[in-house]
Design a protein around this ligand. Structure first.
Ligand SMILES: C[S@@+](CC[C@H](N)C(=O)[O-])C[C@H]1O[C@@H](n2cnc3c(N)ncnc32)[C@H](O)[C@@H]1O
Length: 210
């Protein structure tokens, strides 16, 4: 786990300075996410990276705890929050499974571009469920198995990933079929209320805790 966090520590500066790949799709899913939020909501984001999304959603909710196991990602996120004077986002360095993520239950949990990096997804989903209120909303975006029509970038990643991982230049990644991911979400006590590809193979899923 520490090794994976180190990988993201080393990638943090580059991640922070890289433009969003598909800004139209990003803005679309940001809008969809906003549509599920209320001003009184207490939100948890797991794997928040450099905090861009949490900071954009801060004005839509009461409070956000935004967590990531990379201390470097969190340091950048805290700097951005300070620069823009955002006070209702609390950035913490924590693994998804860390007990330091508490003070729930939350109205909404966000896991954006995270689950494909997690080795035990059913456990992660159970953990997220315990942090949510009954009827709470789980919003995720996950890179799934790139199909033939997927952008060249994803098809190339699929081919070179094993070599990159062997050289320590890429973290653990599992690209599932979207159906497999959605079955896992449903099996762990969620009802999927919205799902779509923005764009494939990036699967956006909104689910309610049953
Ligand atoms: C691809 S980045 C996505 C960042 C952000 N959510 C976004 O959409 O831009 C994945 C992030 O998840 C974090 N991460 C991966 N596994 C994690 C875990 N088990 N617990 C907490 N953070 C994790 C990494 O440190 C990294 O910052």
């Amino acid at each position: 786990m520490q090794q994976a966090a180190n990988f993201w520590d080393q990638s943090a500066e580059k991640y922070a300075s890289s433009p969003i790949d598909d800004i139209e799709a990003y803005n679309y899913t940001l809008g969809r996410t906003r549509s599920y939020l209320s001003p009184s909501d207490k939100v948890l984001e797991v794997g928040c990276g450099t905090g861009s999304t949490a900071l954009l959603l801060a004005a839509d909710v009461n409070h956000i705890v935004a967590s990531d196991y990379s201390g470097k990602m969190i340091a950048i996120a805290k700097g951005k929050a300070k620069d823009q004077g955002t006070e209702n986002v609390e950035f913490i360095t924590a693994d998804l499974f860390d007990a330091s993520i508490e003070n729930g239950p939350y109205d909404v949990v966000l896991a954006l571009n995270l689950l494909h990096l997690v080795e035990d997804i059913p456990s992660a989903l159970r953990r997220i469920s315990t942090l949510l209120k009954p009827g709470g909303t789980f919003i995720s975006k996950t890179v799934c198995q790139p199909g033939k029509g997927a952008p060249l970038k994803f098809r190339l990643i699929k081919v070179i990933l094993p070599l990159m991982q062997f050289l320590g230049k890429a973290p653990y990644v599992r690209f599932m079929q979207t159906g497999v991911l959605e079955d896992m979400v449903a099996t762990q006590g969620f009802k999927i209320i919205e799902a779509g590809d923005y764009p494939a193979p990036s699967r956006y899923i909104v689910a309610k805790k049953i």
